[in-house]
Design a protein around this ligand. Sequence first.
Ligand code: SD4
Length: 291
Amino acid sequence: MTYAMIGTWRMAYEGLSKGLDLLKGGGTSGDAVESAIKKVEDYPFFKSVGYGGLPNENGLVELDSAFMSGDTFGVGAVMGISDVKNPISIARSLSHEHFNSVLVGEGASQYATKNGFERKNMLTPRAKKIWEKRKAEIAEKNLSPYDGHDTVGMVSLDQTGSMSVGTSTSGLFMKKAGRTGDSALVGDGFYVDSDIGGAAATGLGEDIMKGCLCYEIVRLMGTGLSPQEACDKALYPFLRKLKKRFGKIGEFSLVALNKDGQWGVSTNVEFTFAMGTEKEAPAVYIAYPDE
Ligand code: SD4
């Protein structure tokens, strides 16, 4: 059987390369996703994930992360968690639970402490400086407070045919305390079924969640569409509808991988992503809006 992995944005590349190495050596899709996302979370210069992620309007880094197994449908997620090193590991651990598998804020932090996950102040001096500068600009120029956001989302397929998906983000820069987006909401920011395939989203969570787009992509792949056809069919008609009904739309980018290792990407902005398979070495690609 083949193996493959796809991840959102250029920031996914190093982690994805590590994940692919694991898959090549017979590692599981879950281990590949977790280790790939941990690498992104640990890198202090990515401003929208993990350590170095930009804070909310109060200056606190609040992180969202989720993990889903395509074999068991186990979903684990944390939202608005602070001061933990690797939210993806907590999300994965929660995905084994039948009850209490999605935890927010203080409760998520308590779970992390109780279960021995490493605590860490996730606000870097650099992120603090960016926050201070932006706060002053917003006040001076009366700007919209919301500025900048990206999520790392990874979908992987291992040599046994098992699939997993994970996401991790600090969400919207200058978000309100307690705000969450699509990234930790199953079906919105991620979904996977090992019999079909998986998908992950990045962009403005408030809009992505309106379309339940990752579930929709997997559902469409289940009807026989290729990942590319499913991404296009889930995204573009929905964008037209949303624009007409809501009046404005944010950024949307979607990646998908099916159980045969074929992949697809749809976006309404210029979008970088990383991808690799048994046959193709990991690389970064750019996708553009198709309409
Ligand atoms: C969110 N979807 O919190 C995330 C952020 C993101 O590209 O992915 N931005 O809304």
